[in-house]
Structures are given as structure tokens and as C-alpha cells.
Design a protein around this ligand. Sequence first.
Ligand code: FAD
Length: 622
Amino acid sequence: MFQQEEYDVIVVGAGHAGCEAAAAAANMGSKVLLVTMNMNTIAQMSCNPAMGGVAKGQIVREVDALGGQSGIITDKTMIQFRMLNRSKGPAMWSPRAQSDRMRFAEEWRLTLEQTLNVDFWQEAVTGIVVEKGTAVGVKTQLGIEFRGKSVVLTNGTFLNGLIHIGEKQFGGGRAAEKGSTGITEQLKELGFEAGRMKTGTPPRVDGRSLDYSKMEEQAGDETPSKFSYLDTPALTNQRPCYITYTNAEVHEILKEGFEKSPMFQGRIKGLGPRYCPSVEDKINRFADKDRHQIFVEPEGWSTVEVYVNGFSSSLPEDVQYRALRKIAGFENAKMFRPGYAIEYDFFPPTQLNLTLETKLVQNLYFAGQINGTTGYEEAACQGLMAGINAHNKVHGKEPFVLKRSEAYIGVLIDDLVNKGTDEPYRMFTSRAEHRLLLRQDNADLRLTPLGHALGLASEERMALVREKEEQTAAVAKLLKTHAIEPAEINGWLTEIGSATIHEKTRVVNLLRRPGVDLPALARVLPGLTLALAPYRPDALEQAEILVKYEAYLEKEHQQAARVQELENFTIRGRLDYHAMPALSHEAREKLLKIQPETLGQASRISGVSPADVSVLMVYLGR
Ligand code: FAD
């Protein structure tokens, strides 16, 4: 054996999934080997330099609450922070950070190097060592065999990656990086089904060549928040982004390139992310729109490189260049690198258990883009869950699965495993039926106790959660009892167009009015300000949300509990689907393939109808 003892967990790939997997397993006490093709690209942001956003920000908070690293690293390396959707209800508030691409990657590498129990090996893995149906190690290009009790594959866009720019195409996992061969072929031989997907990225330009005076400035929040529930630094200084637009001239030039487009000419076979289309796709599909928004995003504190968000393209580089220069502010733009599209292999995730372990090979886990997802956040949370479960399995501990009512992470994995995906899967708030409960403000309350019980979230985190819980309860009580005299508040109520009060009124009743919030009340009521002074800002916010939306939240909890009843019926191994003639053909096929753990999981498989669920219930004697 070369160099090492046997590992508990071998992680292949150091992207967003691989880094979280390695950190989680190691922090829980596993001996981890992280094998990656290039140690200079650990945690590389392949596309936009940003973390979070709608639904994705909630995921980063959840990763943090469980004891993962992405939130901490984002806080340490961001250049701008915005809480999106502030004008909507709190279930929609979504943190988003503009990141320093190089600092983000550097901070991840430092974090991993400082994590006890993580060893590194820089090389391409070409195959998994499988003995008696169980993964026991990996083989590398040099022919080295590393032994491990479990293997987590997080190959991202690298498996048989094929890059397209106009009529040119060449192998690669990402710009200027080799693709990975061997793994797909071996897994197919073992009986896995593989598919092909596509994604794309815009050109990067030289910020010194742009005229920002022709663009709209988009500043960060005045009081920037952050991702981690730990005491990470908040920003004191931020870099602005800018907004500009395409126009008819830009569209005309881009159209000239259509006949060389790998997408329109059918050279790209894989399906791309519907919600992140290329600029040529946008002007083709929405021909009536005379302009599209472009976000001009700096790639860091000290680099001049700029990311042209909204201009993803695989048209020939000269077409991209000419079109770019017709955008307001880009007249003299110099390009650092063109946009491109990439096709890669993925494995339909219905081949996984809810722990992300494959059904075909024991102790083999898949996480990230390899499962058909897109996005750093989606990858990071799968990596975390795969790392936790690989550790638990090899140490004889229980699987760790999050429910749909507990976390976006639970929704994501449940969707992947039960419904599969034939286009790059990204998270949306609309995918979470219990989104009122799954807010970015309460991920710590929901998940840190679970992370702590796993041995992943630190005692420091848990202590902060206990304090927040106590303070929230105290503030909620105060808001329900503290009453205001009409004379104290009527002037302000008139000012904001809200009806005046005629008797002493409890704060909670004022808070439930539209346009009234706690910070505003505290500004006009010195007595209330004094009463609230001892409490943490996050406890104030939490208590405000709880009392303001009490009735809705209560209803949502009841609904989640009702759904949970189906989840409590374990059916795996208990039912013979062949012996149930009343099941539809499709339902039988899907149930046999997916082998759901519970009745709840069975009910969410596409193709299993409520009538099929009733059949299962009859057989269960319900
Ligand atoms: P990656 O971040 O791709 O990391 C994979 C890691 O595995 C790399 O470190 C690689 O070196 C390593 N590796 C691969 N094979 C091997 C091997 N055989 N042996 C050893 N190491 C190996 N997401 C969006 O949300 N929106 C977008 O618009 C978007 N556009 C994208 C455009 C491009 C061109 C690319 C490449 C990606 C894009 N993404 C986009 C996707 C985003 O980058 C990924 O979702 C995310 O990075 C996936 O994380 P991951 O950990 O699964 O894989």
C-alpha cells in the first residue's frame, strides 16, 4: 500500500461538495483522505463569484447551523452582502454575498489544512475499488490504490467533460482544467445509469476597461448581515456591483453567431439549467424583449477581473467580444476569457438512498453536481450530508436524514432521490411546501441541536442557540404583555396611515398591522426600547416573527405533523410490490426501483398516485 494507512472516508474532488464532505467527516472524527486533481483549485467557484440568493442563502445558513464551513468561509471572504426580498415576508428573506473568488478558495484550503484528520493527495482518480459489493478504496492515474472504508464521489462537471465555444470543442472539466475519464465507464459496468447535462458561463472582462458611469450602481446593504451564526466578522466596507443592459445591436450581433452555436446546431446533447439560460437562449426564446439585464460583478477586493452575470454564452469568442462591446459601459471592454458551455456526465439520483449512499454499491456516496444539481450551495449541502453519513456508517451509527419539514436540505435530497431530475436541479423556495418554517433566521434553532448531537456542531454553537431560545421566549412574552397608551403612539400611527388606537393596546396587536415592525415601534416608544435593550438582535427578530405570524406558523406546524404521520410508516422490505395487482404499472416500477423507506417517501415518488398510496395502506393494514 502506498504511503498511508486505511482511511475511514476517501473524498474524491475538492469542489464545494468535496470540501464540506471532507471537513464534516474529519470534524466528526473520521480519518479522511481528500483526493483532488489540482490542489490549486480547491473550492474554485467555477461560475459566478457569489454565495446564497433566493432559497440558496437559506441552504448556506442550514449548512452553517449543522456545523459546516461554507457560511464561515463566505463571511470571511465576501465583498458585498445583501438580504434579498426584504420587502416580502420573512420566509422569502434570502441572504446573498458577492465573494472574493480567490480569497474564498484560499480560505477553504486553509480551513481544510487546519482540520485535524484530513490528508491530501493531488491526482486524478480513475476508478473505485469495489469488493463484495462494497467500496473499499480508489485507484488513481498513477496506478496508486488508496484503501478506505467508504468513498464519497464529488466530481462536479469533470466526468467526461466537453467544453464548447462556437464550433470548437475540447475535453475539460472546467476552463483550463482536464476532464476526468474512467469513473463513468466503471460505474456503468457495475450497473449504474448515467446521463448527460450541460451548463455554461459568461466571459470575464477587465474592469479597467469599463465605463461605470454609464451603469447603475448596486450597493450592498447599509447594515450588512452575514451567514454564520457564529461570531464571524460583518463587513465594514463593501464593493458595489453595477447593472447595465443588452440592446438591439447586441442581439443582432449575437444572432450572427447562431449558425455556429453548439446549442442551436445540436452539438450539445445534454440539457442545461432552465433558470440560468445563456444570452443566446434568452434572445432566441424571448424574441419580443428588446433588452436583458446584465449584472457587472467584481471578482474580488484586489483584482480587476469582472464577471458579466447574465451574458453566459457558448457562441464563438469573436461574436461574444463584438456583442459585449455594444453594451452601455462596455464600449472599450477587454476580455480576459470567453464564455463557454460544458457537457458532463451525471448519475440520476434515484439510484441513491436518502443518505446519498448508492443503492448498488455499499459505502459509496455521491454528492454535488454528479447528482444532477447545479450551484455551489446545493453541492455544499450534499457534501455535508454525504460526509456525515459516510462517517456514521463506518462507525456503526444511525443514518442522518433531514425531513422536508426540517430543512431545505431535506427537500433537496428527498426531491432528488424520489423524483430524480433530467435537467440541472436548483433550489427554489417554491419547492419547499413548509417554507414558512424553513427560514434563514431560524436554521440554527432547527438544526444546530441535530448537528450538536451528531458531534459536528460545536458546544459554542449550541450555547448560542440555547441563549437565543431563552431570549426569544422572553421577548415574545414581553411583546404579548407590554401595552401602549394611545397618546404614546397615535401620532406615529397617523403618520404611517394606520388607524389610531383608543385604549391601551398590546405591542403584539400593533405588530400584526401591515407596515408596522419592531424596529420602527422601538424608535417611537422609548419605554419599549428600554425593555428590549438586554436582548440580542436576532432574538428580537425571531420573537417578532413568531408573534406576528403566530397563526400561520401554528397551522404550518400542524400540517407538517400530519404529513409526518405517513413518514412514520417504515415500508422498506415489508411490502411485495409484485403481489399487489391494484398498483398501477408505473407505480410498481418506480417503487421497485426507488425502494422507499417510508409511506411518506412513497407518496412523493412521481408516478405514485394517491390511489396507489391507498393500496399500500391497505396492505399495511391501515
Ligand atoms: P465542482 O465544484 O465542479 O468540483 C469538482 C472537483 O472534483 C474539482 O475540484 C475537480 O478537480 C475534482 N475532480 C473531478 N474529477 C476528479 C477525479 N477523477 N479525481 C480527482 N479529483 C477530481 N452553477 C450555478 O448555480 N449557476 C451557474 O450558472 C453555473 N454555471 C456553471 C458554469 C460552468 C462552466 C461550470 C463549470 C459550472 C457552473 N455551475 C453553475 C455549477 C457550479 O460550479 C457547480 O454546481 C458546483 O461547483 C458544483 O460543486 P461540486 O463540488 O459538485 O463540483
